[in-house]
Design a binder for this molecule. Structure first.
Ligand code: PLP
Length: 390
């Protein structure tokens, strides 16, 4: 029987924490009511569970009021809702969106659509470490109604944005501020109030919750200026019509509650594993190149490139480790990652890149096996190509 590979792809998705699964089971079975059916006990129990989950998600990002949390199908929907739905003060249309070249497609694609419809899009380039300079954002803001859309943490190179500084700039200059926190949520402390955030997107399956559920944070003051994508039964305060996915919402709430209690300690442990992986690989593989910022990054992230190695051959040989490469994750799109290209990697080097994402259930043994396996494969591929033989 083939051995199960070591899972090191936690930026793509995480396993559901068994505590999350256990918390959601009753809401598939006995407490299956529709939270809008308040005339009976089934509906009321479901409603109470949804409201408890809303509270723990609000706590995860320090929202002032749980009513600022709107459950969606995931971060993609939350990004679309924010970008396509928000109006400027006086209900004016947003004329200008400022974003970065390393955003997720869930942000870049809606912006591109609006750009085709006449909205101006300013797409800022990061520096070679993947950092967006907040001053460049400040310079880009003009007198038009403006939305700034910046991710809290990048899904490929793990880089953390200066979201608090950017928030101060947006406040001072009267721009609306949307943060894609799909990678940051449940991993680093987030405070929407301290950061002056108007809109924020979360995804449960990135922090040990179920797939198919996420949330939009909608600051109270902008709520009336947000137009929903879906019209229907008026659920979620009219911002997200459709029967609420109660078991998934309960799962997201439990995942947030666990993160609220455990993230600080967990990040320290995961960062130690990541540093062990990085130094272990660097010791064995000459001219290994790390992508992204050395310190301003997610604890579990390590993106490394192997000059002179064929990326496809590398992935093919790494059978026992589940990681992502620098090729786009969609097989329909053969171009290498737009993030790696934005920080200056050429196509070959971007393809010869591995993204490791370490998570809650990884052990030191996983890391040590990974170091040995990656080093063995890379050195073997180099030997075959006659590179590195000196
Ligand atoms: C995963 C991810 C998304 C999309 O989230 P889904 O819940 O899968 O739709 C958006 N942005 C970033 C940065 C992500 O990592």
């Amino acid at each position: 029987m083939p051995v199960k590979p070591i899972y090191l792809d936690h930026h793509a998705t995480t396993p559901v924490d068994p505590r999350v699964f256990a918390a959601s089971i009753p809401y598939f079975l006995e407490d299956f009511g529709n939270p809008s059916s308040l005339s009976h006990e089934f509906g009321r129990r479901a409603r109470d569970a949804v409201e408890r989950a809303r509270k723990s998600v609000a706590e995860l990002i320090n929202a002032a009021d749980p009513r600022e949390i709107v459950f969606t199908s995931g971060a993609t929907e939350a990004c679309n809702l924010a970008i396509k739905g928000i109006l400027a003060p006086n209900n004016q249309r947003i004329d200008h969106i400022i974003t970065s070249a390393i955003e997720h497609r869930a942000v870049l694609d809606p912006i591109e659509r609006l750009a085709r419809e006449g909205v101006q899009a300013t797409i800022l380039k990061p520096d070679s470490l993947g950092m967006i300079d907040p001053e460049r954002i400040e310079e880009a803001i003009d007198d038009r109604p403006t939305l700034v859309a910046i991710m809290a943490a990048n899904n490929e190179i793990g880089v953390l944005s200066a979201i608090e500084r950017i928030g101060r700039i947006c406040r001072a200059r009267g721009a609306l501020y949307f943060v894609d926190a799909a990678q940051a949520g449940g991993k680093i402390p987030l405070d929407v109030q301290a950061c002056g955030i108007d809109l924020l997107a979360l995804s449960a399956h990135k922090f040990y919750g179920p797939k198919g559920i996420g949330a939009s944070y909608v600051r109270r003051e902008v709520r009336r200026r947000l137009r929903p994508i879906l019209d229907g039964g008026g659920q979620e305060g009219g911002l997200r019509a459709g029967t609420v996915a109660v078991p998934l919402v309960v799962g997201m709430g439990e995942a947030a509650a666990i993160a609220n209690r455990e993230t600080a300690e967990e990040s320290a442990r995961i960062a130690r594993l990541r540093d062990r992986l990085e130094s272990g690989l660097a010791e064995r593989i000459p001219d290994l190149r790390r992508n992204g910022h050395p310190t301003e990054r997610l604890a579990g992230n390590l993106s490394v490139s192997f000059p002179g190695i064929d990326g496809d051959a590398l992935l093919l040989a790494l059978r026992t480790i589940a990681v992502s490469s620098g090729a786009a994750c969609h097989s329909a799109d053969p171009r290498p990652s737009h993030v790696l290209r934005a920080i200056g990697l050429d196509d070959d080097l971007a393809r010869a890149t591995l993204r490791f994402g370490i998570g809650r259930f990884n052990t030191q043994e996983d890391i040590d096996c990974t170091i040995e396996e990656v080093a063995r494969v890379v050195l073997e591929l180099r030997r075959r190509r006659g590179i590195g033989l000196g």
